[in-house]
Design a protein around this ligand. Sequence first.
Ligand code: XIL
Length: 660
Amino acid sequence: MRALARLAVTTLLVAAPLAAVTVATTTASAADDPAPITVLTSDFEDGTAQGWTGRAAETVTHSTAAAHGGAGSLAVTGRTAAWQGPSLDVLGVFEKGTAYTISAWVRLTSGSDNARLSVERRSGGVAAYDQVVGNTAVTAGGWVNLTGRYTLAADVDFLRIYLETGSTTGDFHIDDVTVSYVPALPIQTDIPAVRDVVDEFPVGAAITGAEIIGDHGLLLSRHFASVTPGNALKWDATEPSENTFTYAQADPLIAYATANDLAVRGHTLVWHNQTPSWVFTGADGQPMTASAEDKELLLARLENHIRNVAGHYGDTIAAWDVVNEVIDENQSDGLRRSDWYNVAGLDYIRTAFRVARDVLPDAKLFINDYNTNVPAKRDKLYALVAQLRSEGVPIDGVGHQMHINVSWPTLAETEAMIQKFVPLGVEQQVTEMDVSIYTGSGESFPAPPADRLLQQAYVYRDMFALFRRYASEITSVTLWGLADDNTWLDTFPVTRKDAPLLFDTRLQAKPAYWGVVDPSKIGVSPSGSVSPSGSVSPSGSVSPSGSVSPSAGVAGCSVTYRVTGSWSGGFQGEVTVANTGAAAVSGWSLAWQFAGGQRIAQLWNGSVTQSGAAVTVTNASWNGTLAPGGSASVGFLGSRTGSNPAPAAFTVNGTACAVL
Ligand code: XIL
């Protein structure tokens, strides 16, 4: 994942679908998947509404005014609210634990809006709404497809799929709705369990409700020694309205963990995402400000939340991410300007840890964040933890999320990340590891290419070898998901099928699994891109702090990388680096890693060194000063073998840059 690119999209998570006890992700079938079995089709070709009804008093009728395929569709008219729309009873159609792909075509009668596809389920009269496909732009100009994946994970007595719009109440049509699934494969029982091979620390997986059922549950308890509920313990899931606590999502997961002797990491008590807006609404109904009353109310709500949620599970959850993603390395004090910070300053972090310690004297309390391998961010996190611990704030450990990709970061940067925190005497845990097959937001593959899966296997191999070497510091390593059929990266940072985990969409072991368990079985090296003896060799990488001392770091930078010409075996490129900080930069050193074995032959407007995949370009004498908003470009000729992927990440003077 690109370092700073993530920041821009993090806020989207607030609106992201809550997987709840279901899996809802977009899908693309792998090339070797068997043909899906279709369990439901609504083509509206027989002149009827084929069982579809409205959700309220709106009218749902067969229509020939528009059709996606054939001559008929379903029209919905007379809506008085955006949530009204066509709905179909699917009780008995969806089998618990099976991952279905739901596809529907939508066209508005006029105007434009978003459309969503969801499932309403009820158990014992209690309703839950699972979003399968989130807001997708639709118009009157053409048909738009909504496709998503859904796994029913609870016993239900009511189950309907439905479509609605984002904000307007105009008429719309749907057509060619299908529900299908790819038959599951039994899990492999003749391969070593990850938890047996890696026994220096518990290896965990983040889970939603669907992962404790059927083959998923068997895979989970066979290979993993720890679980983290991926969404079920977040604020919106546990205290959706003030002082109303519900553990309906989390309790089944924790009960499964206890029954199967799995440790549990609690995630997370305080975050700026997935937190209901009432938390930051003052007694006067207005958004809170930094006033004394608002701060007091916010900290009281925080305390009440932690006492209830942490108290509900007591010692069953022995490690908690007390605060999540509080660092912003672009702020001079290193603190993210979240609603928490804006109302309560640093006191929200102090309060969170102190209350958590009071409720859970024996639990390990973590501060968790992403991109902790980026020197600027890592250093701000370090400074915060050092300060708070010196004040007596009970922080036991640092959580490194480790959302990485096949070509970023280097092993050396990751080792530097671990080493940085050793002098603090804190525990370190890898809390959310996944290795995207993508090296940039522009890429999208219908199925994971073999060479990316091999690169990924080498990354898992090298990273796990590193973690095991540092087992005296690292007390747990959790992957952010069980298998590639349910990964948040299918919709983050853009919608496309990703494959970041150890098991594939059919729960079978990938090369990545062998990278962790027995690297001699990974398979052949991908041509040119990754050496079998080290995909991210420490000697071939850029020094973690950059070739320029961190004190000469930049506050913010962006990089544009363009291939301006390409021919067999070679290419020409241009890289522009811009200073997006407020202060001038005097002398710059730009670094990146090539992911496809490219070599630079000649470079102009700067000087270049290349060691393995690692390239470092320093300014020429005339373009070393970058005023705020200023930029400089270098051009180069390079050699290539096969594909020519753009580097995923760039640093200037050790600071990760936004990639444009
Ligand atoms: C993600 C979940 O996996 C998604 O299902 C949800 O829609 C958004 O949040 N960093 C974190 C996790 O700390 O809580 C996030 O989990 C992934 C990024």
